[in-house]
Design a protein around this ligand. Structure first.
Ligand code: DQA
Length: 138
């Protein structure tokens, strides 16, 4: 079974409560449970942190043994050279995802330190962005 991890960055623990007009009304935990039930051909895990270094630690920890990382680095997407470098350093392919279409939003969200080192990028499809990313590993 392919081992895939979803890694979520800062403030994504508030999904469902946070700016629902942009990010929707569903909590990530509920979405993840349903996703896990639908795709029993994957060994799926989930990690969330608001702390940049913890995200880097997790990327390093799984980055030589897992089959895929689905990464929403949230605001760190636009600022973190460290997370970009971590993705460069590992072997596991990373799919960058975003819930919102970051290119339709403020200019500072158009920059990504993740994209140049990602296998692919999926954004703008709400929580379904994660599912589309997962399907790329089928
Ligand atoms: C986000 C987009 C980022 O710009 C923002 O900082 C987030 C969430 C998204 O999934 O749409 O926190 O990554």
């Amino acid at each position: 079974m392919k081992k895939i991890i979803i890694i979520n960055g800062p403030n994504l623990n508030l999904l469902g409560k946070r700016e629902p007009g942009i990010y929707g009304a569903q909590s990530f935990e509920d979405f993840f449970t349903a996703l896990n039930d639908r795709y029993d051909s994957f060994e799926l895990s989930y990690f969330q942190s608001n702390i940049e270094g913890e995200l880097i630690d997790k990327i390093q920890e799984v980055g030589f043994s897992f089959d895929g990382i689905i990464l929403n680095a949230a605001a760190y997407t636009h600022t973190s050279v460290g997370i970009g470098d971590a993705i460069k350093a590992i072997e596991t392919p990373v799919i960058e995802v975003h819930i919102s279409n970051t290119f339709a939003r403020e200019e500072f969200r158009h920059q990504s330190y993740i994209s140049p080192n990602a296998k692919g990028v999926i954004l703008g499809f709400g929580l379904q962005s994660y599912e589309l990313a997962l399907q790329s590993f089928l």
